[in-house]
Design a protein around this ligand. Structure first.
Ligand code: MG
Length: 384
């Protein structure tokens, strides 16, 4: 098996929505296509760099694609002759200095994820099943609880619009929804939370996401005002790497807290759980896999986290897409995010998937299954 070509294209998302920190108006993402020759046929794998970090084609073209295409076959394959994604990761990391991970973890992770798509297609297996063969130590499943990441601030969007958004998602079969917090004055934000709970029927059907946007002068007020609501979790109350602030927030908020989607290395995750005051059975670690070196690296991170008593059932992938859904199922993670109608063609899952009381069953379509998302697949097919 060998890699014969890798291509990237930058796509603009064209969105008006925003969270507490920034608008998605300028946001782009990299879509990637890799061709591998498995000895019998050419298999094509696809991936995109999730949403929320900009396209990164320059790093791919300048460093990571040439390293992979010029590597010898023996540097990239396992004993069975299949492409070993861990070896591909090592090849991409040649000449890279420790630290400063995000500059390279996003392009590397996106290419690595596309390789998994191509290899599992060669094996005629859906990615989650191929993952269960490669990593049999996890409890893989084809059925995953999916929650909605939504409730964004948007131009002209009212509290009633937020309630309608929540009701619509629950009517469509979702049972848990996360809304943005910290982007309005605190009194208005609390009214949004109260309205969201009313629309969802119960506080534990609602989670909050501040996207690291609470400030020194309001973060503890948010913690104290919202601690007794009984919400499912409070995500990224503070800057992703401000571990002492996480710790202070947790001791004031007491309920479940989540974070990690803007961290990019195993060392970052270990720092968050150790110095951020994360509690093993209460708080949630969120990893954006294509943005943090990809799937084989995620497995290595899980091994290190396990040594620190952190369990996969307190880990969920960031990003609502087919890539995160397969990883959640393949590694038996706690749940998966979904973005119904939020990020245009990059939203959501296979066009045929139906919610069943909050759960989605994966089909047996080989690979990640982007071929089942018509509009997104059209973009992938046209990568030149
Ligand atoms: Mg988030």
């Amino acid at each position: 098996m060998k890699i014969i070509d890798i291509k990237e294209e930058s796509i603009k998302l064209n969105l008006s929505l925003s969270n507490s920190m920034f608008s998605f108006k300028e946001m782009t993402t990299s879509i990637v296509k890799v061709d591998i020759d498995d000895g019998k046929s050419i298999q094509t794998g696809f991936a995109f760099n999730s949403t929320g970090r900009y396209a990164c084609g320059a790093q791919m073209r300048n460093r990571f694609i040439p390293r992979l295409l010029s590597a010898s076959e023996s540097d990239l394959v396992d004993d069975a002759g299949d492409i070993d994604t861990k070896k591909a990761l090592d090849v991409m990391l040649v000449g890279e200095k420790p630290g400063g991970d995000m500059e390279r973890s996003v392009p590397i992770g996106t290419i690595e994820t596309a390789l998994w798509d191509a290899i599992s297609k060669s094996k005629k297996l859906p990615l989650y099943k191929y993952l269960s063969q490669k990593f049999p130590e996890y409890n893989s499943t084809n059925r995953m609880f999916c929650y909605v990441g939504g409730g964004y601030y948007d131009v002209g969007k009212t509290i009633n619009d937020l309630k309608d958004e929540i009701k619509k998602n629950f009517e469509n079969g979702y049972r848990l929804m996360k809304i943005k917090i910290g982007g309005a004055p605190i009194k208005e934000d609390i009214r949004r939370v109260e309205a969201a709970i009313e629309a969802a029927g119960s506080a534990d059907n609602i989670a909050l996401d501040a996207n690291g946007g609470l400030k020194k002068d309001n973060i503890l007020t948010y913690a104290k005002e919202l601690k007794d609501f009984g919400l499912s979790w409070f995500e990224e109350p503070t800057h992703p790497s401000n571990f002492s602030s996480y710790k202070e927030f947790i001791s004031n908020y007491e309920g479940s807290v989540a974070g990690g989607e803007n961290l990019y290395s195993t060392q970052d995750y270990l720092n968050l759980i150790k110095y951020g005051g994360f509690r093993e059975n209460k708080d949630l670690l969120q990893v954006d896999i294509p943005q943090s070196y990809g799937i084989s690296y995620f497995n290595e991170a899980l091994i290190e986290l396990k040594k620190n008593n952190w369990n996969v059932n307190k880990i969920m992938p960031h990003g609502g897409n087919q890539m995160s859904l397969h990883v959640a199922c393949g590694f038996g993670l706690s749940m998966c995010e979904a973005y119904p109608n939020v990020f245009g063609v990059f939203s959501g899952y296979d066009d045929e998937y139906q919610l069943d009381d909050g759960y989605i069953d994966l089909s047996d379509r080989p690979g990640i299954g982007f071929e089942g998302q018509n509009e997104l697949y059209r973009l992938f097919k046209d990568i030149k």
